[in-house]
Ligand binder design. Structure first.
Ligand SMILES: *[C@@H]1O[C@H](CO)[C@@H](O)[C@H](O)[C@H]1NC(C)=O
Ligand SMILES: *[C@@H]1O[C@H](CO)[C@@H](O)[C@H](O)[C@H]1NC(C)=O
Length: 991
């Protein structure tokens, strides 16, 4: 389970935590100077031997005085070890990271010598890595334990029932491990002193019954999030916990049938989290609505509708209410009016369609600190109401239809930490006056509007930003100098901001600690620094600018690099070997030389696009290391080389290789057999030659896209190629291929299927995030090819685009009848070959065809009337064959009334030709016009497809590059949580 654990949103949690950690240690916790007891010392040393400790965190564990070793606390009175804290608290870069650094994790074995520490009352092994081993059952024999914290340490297996013997336990946290396939042991019900229980976010633990709750009468906090509760459980026990203050049941697959409580005893409940379940009817939670002391309620990600609001009528103790991602479109703001203590309100993603001014005035909660109305349909503007929300620290209005200017009154929001106004229709100028008093501002998101941010050149911002998303705001034409001052930015997006300038030298230094930099789609010019090795950047996007000179030496942290569409020149740098790059995009520059061998050593590489450069030579042979010329004749070495040949299968990660429009040459690269994960291969418009090898289907079984067009491949099309079951787009056009069209069509399985979901089980595996990205990417590439083709509307889902293009070769023989098996095809092009015989009647099976081109062949006979069945057909070309007889009519064909579709056939008659069919012999050249360029037509079709699909997947295009959409979503979530934690921390310290 890779779900992010919900971070605590309320301060109660923090308070409880602080309480919990002081539970135990108040009696006897200070270190003594005297050395520890020898038996315990020996036990600890044995424990140390069992641990794997890559960063030597236990290096202080030597010498006699074990009480002074790190992580150990002894009792002042008795000298016994009472506390063992080996939690991995090492955080690699506290500037931007809040989670522990895995490389400092302890691992290995937890030895049973631990049992010799008989007086241990505190054990913390959290945030380590025990490699999915079980929690040792002997921990249940540490009778004195009061505090047991094993969270996030990659423990696997079941929860050992022996933990139920720890009768003094007050705190138990087993959250975020991989505890699987086990019921929660009923023995845990013996822990009558337990105050804190957290079993959340494990892989798959379940509970058939909650009888074990019976004796946990001391519980104050219980987190069972992600525990799977099977259908019918008697929950009444839960109601009997008198001291419960916080209850988390997020992501438990609960609904009103499976979770019901008639009577509850807990009057002290402050925090209740039922998010990510399947509730729709608030009636079933009637006990919650009677709870007058409740302060924090999270019901987000359920199916509640407008009925919910009645429920809140009497709950004016509530300070935090999270209702995002429900169906609350009917909600009226007056529904919440009574909640006069509300400070935190989340209503994101509820399809609320309201005038925001009216909504906020009715709500009249002017003391809100946190307001999230994002991703609804709010309209109207910010004037008036915004200036009254002076307590706001976090404001999210992203993804609505708000318009108008950003009013100056926003400057009254002096507490703001987080400001999200992205993806609305705001248009105006934002100046330093708007922002001058927001001294705490850490995140600003103005992207996706028509705003201009205009500040004086010498402006000194009053805040230290951490996240700045300003994409598509107007910042230029000068490079914004203010970014230089007081910057603490982790993520900066100033793509498409009309900057026409050189990037100042300070930029690279001021932003040397940033992780994410997007400067694409500007007019940035000049040279980059020779080396970026001093930078921490992980995602660097500089595409669509005018950078020139050499590609810089890169930083080791870089994972995704996009320098496409610039004017970089020269050879590729040679220091990339040690990098962990996952994606490189250098498309459309002026790079020359050959593709360096080190490409093979980028073990993480998944995506490589070097298209549209001036690269020459072969694709480097990744299968073998370079032979050492001095030892050429050593046969032993040859053996070794062979071995490494086998071992080097690691490039299996590469899924997408785009090398089109270069001057690469050679035969189809044999060593591509090693890239068995390839799903997209584009070698178009190079000088590759020789035969298309028969092994492609066997060695590259995942290929979805194979583009080999406009090379010099010759020989026949191997039958085996058509065994690529997942192939969706095949282009072999404009080569010198001869022989016949293989008839084994059925084995192109994906092309035979009209709807991917018809493929049965496993179909969803084909619709991966990655494949959507690749399609999206191809689309973007094609859309920018500047040809003047006609546009074809591709009306359906991008996933349904399936294309077979064998045009511009020397293929002979018939069009096989089997072509009718490819029922999923939307584009079929066999033009400019020497195909003869009849057009198969089965062509009428290709019901999804939008584009069909058989022109410039030697086809004869009549056009089958089944052609009229192709109701989606919008482009057809049958010209320059020997077809005869009546042109079929009806349906879609009536709309294809351009006579050039049929020109150059001597015997055709009927609409749209001006030749009546009654005359049997017509030899007319009168409507032969200039031969249309079929290649242009093909490109046109693809462009059309792209445009159509753009409508469907338009949202993907906003992301500059691959997978970023996904990253941004995840990361933004993380960012918001981060700020939240800080906020709550700050708040809890005020109290
Ligand atoms: C983790 O366990 C697996 C098998 O259970 C083993 O192959 C692997 O080497 C272990 N890894 C470490 C780091 O101990
Ligand atoms: C609640 O979930 C159970 C088990 O998944 C299901 O059988 C039941 O129909 C659901 N009830 C409602 C009201 O959705």
């Amino acid at each position: 389970m890779t779900k992010i654990k919900n971070l605590p949103l309320s301060l109660f949690w923090v308070l409880l935590l602080t309480q919990a950690s002081t539970l135990v240690t108040n009696e006897e916790d200070t270190r003594v100077n005297s050395s520890c007891l020898p038996g315990e010392r020996a036990a600890l040393l044995t424990l140390k031997v069992g641990f794997v400790d890559p960063k030597h965190r236990l290096s202080s564990w030597e010498g006699h005085d074990c009480c002074s070793w790190s992580g150990i606390t002894c009792s002042k009175a008795t000298g016994h070890v009472v506390k063992l804290d080996l939690s991995n608290t090492y955080i690699s870069n506290p500037e931007w990271d809040v989670s522990p650094d895995d490389s400092y994790a302890l691992g290995g074995e937890i030895r049973s010598s631990l049992l010799s520490l008989r007086y241990l009352n505190y054990l913390d092994l959290s945030y380590n890595d025990f490699n999915y081993t079980k929690i040792p059952h002997f921990i249940g024999s540490l009778n004195e334990l009061r505090y047991l914290h094993l969270s996030s340490s990659n423990f696997g297996g079941i929860i050992p029932p022996e933990l139920g013997n720890l009768s003094k336990l007050q705190y138990l946290d087993l959250s975020s491990n991989y505890l699987i396939d086990g019921n929660i042991p009923s023995q845990l019900g013996n822990l009558s002193n337990l105050q804190y229980l957290d079993l959340s976010w494990n892989y798959e633990i379940y509970s058939n019954d909650v009888a074990w709750l019976a004796h946990l009468t001391s519980l104050k906090l219980m987190d069972l999030s992600s525990v799977n509760f099977s259908s019918s459980i008697n929950w009444e026990r839960l109601g009997m916990l008198p001291h419960l203050q916080a209850l988390y049941l997020s992501f438990c697959e609960l609904n009103e049938t499976t979770f019901s409580l008639s009577h509850v005893n807990f009057t002290k409940l402050l925090t209740f989290d039922l998010s990510e379940n399947e509730f729709s009817n608030p009636q079933s939670l009637i006990w919650v609505w009677n709870m007058t002391g409740l302060k924090s309620v999270d019901l987000s990600h359920n199916n509640f509708d407008g009925r919910l609001f009645n429920a809140f009528k009497n709950m004016n103790s509530i300070e935090e209410l999270q209702l995002g991602w429900n169906n609350l479109m009917d909600m009226k703001s007056s529904d919440l009016k009574n909640l006069t203590n509300l400070k935190i309100l989340g209503l994101t993603g509820n399809q609320l369609t309201r005038d925001i001014t009216k909504f906020m005035e009715d709500l009249s909660l002017y003391r809100l600190q946190y307001l999230d109305l994002g991703w609804n349909n709010f309209y109207g503007n910010l004037s008036g109401w915004i200036g009254r929300m002076t307590s706001l620290t976090n404001l999210f209005l992203d993804g609505n239809n708000l318009s108008g200017p950003i009013p100056l009154s926003i400057r009254r929001l002096t507490q703001l930490i987080d400001l999200g106004l992205s993806y609305n229709n705001f248009h105006s100028v934002v100046t330093e006056k708007h922002l001058s008093r927001m001294t705490n501002l850490a995140t600003i998101d103005l992207s996706g509007n028509s705003l201009s941010l205009i500040v004086p050149a010498n402006w000194l911002p009053p805040f230290r930003l951490r996240f700045a998303y300003l994409s598509s705001c107007r910042l230029g034409p000068k490079f914004p100098e203010w970014l230089k001052w007081k910057t603490n930015i982790i993520k900066l997006d100033i793509s498409n901001t009309s900057i026409t300038d050189e990037v100042p030298v300070w930029f690279w230094h001021v932003f040397s600690k940033a992780l994410y930099l997007d400067l694409s789609k500007n007019n940035l010019s000049g040279f980059m620094p020779e080396s970026l090795e001093f930078m921490s950047v992980t995602y660097l996007f500089l595409s669509e600018n005018q950078f020139q000179g050499l590609v810089p030496r890169l930083s080791k942290s870089l994972s995704i690099l996009d320098l496409s569409k610039n004017a970089f020149s020269g050879f590729l740098p040679s220091n990339w070997k040690k990098l962990i790059l996952e994606g490189i995009n250098l498309r459309q520059n002026s790079l020359n030389g050959s593709i360096p061998q080190f490409i093979c050593q980028l073990k993480q590489l998944e995506f490589l696009d070097l298209s549209r450069n001036f690269l020459v030579g072969n694709i480097p042979n990744c299968g073998r290391s370079n032979p050492d010329p001095n030892k050429k004749n050593d046969s032993r070495l040859a053996l070794n080389t062979n071995k490494s040949f086998v071992e080097q299968k690691y490039y299996a990660k590469l899924t997408s290789l785009f090398l089109s429009y270069n001057n690469l040459s050679g035969e189809f690269p044999k060593h591509l057999t090693h890239f068995s994960s390839l799903i997209a291969l584009n070698l178009e418009n190079n000088n590759f030659f020789g035969r298309i090898p028969p092994w492609i289907a066997k060695k590259l079984p995942s290929l979805r896209l194979l583009l080999l067009g406009s090379n010099r491949f010759n020989g026949t099309i191997p039958d085996q190629l058509f065994q690529l079951e997942q192939l969706q787009i095949l282009d072999l056009s404009n080569n010198n291929l001869n022989g016949i069209v293989p008839c084994s069509m059925k084995t192109l399985k994906l092309m035979t299927i009209k709807d991917v979901t018809d493929m049965g089980p496993g179909a969803s595996d084909l619709i991966t995030e990655w494949w959507l990205f690749i399609l999206d990417y191809i689309m973007m590439i094609v859309i920018e090819v500047d040809t003047k083709g006609e546009l074809l509307d591709f009306k359906r889902n991008i996933l349904d685009f399936k294309s077979l293009d064998l045009s511009g070769n020397n293929l002979v023989g018939n069009i096989p009848e089997e072509i009718g098996a490819l029922e999923g095809l939307t584009n079929l092009n066999l033009s400019r070959n020497k195909l003869s015989g009849f057009i198969p009647r089965s062509i009428g099976n290709l019901q999804l065809l939008e584009s069909l081109d058989f022109s410039n062949n030697e086809l004869s006979g009549s056009i089958p009337s089944s052609l009229a069945d192709l109701t989606f057909l919008s482009h057809l070309n049958m010209s320059y064959n020997n077809l005869s007889g009546r042109i079929p009519s009806g349906h879609q064909l009536q709309t294809l009334n351009d006579s050039s579709i049929y020109e150059g056939n001597n015997g055709l008659c009927g609409f749209p030709l001006p030749i009546e069919c009654s005359e049997s012999k017509i030899t007319s050249q009168s409507f032969v016009s200039e031969n249309k360029n079929s290649h242009e037509f093909y490109v046109g079709a693809i462009i059309g497809f792209a445009v159509g699909a753009w409508m469907v997947y338009g949202i993907f295009i906003f992301s500059t590059s691959w997978r970023v959409a996904y990253f941004v979503i995840v990361d933004n979530m993380y960012d918001k949580l981060y700020v939240f934690v800080i906020l709550n921390w700050a708040r809890s310290t005020w109290k």
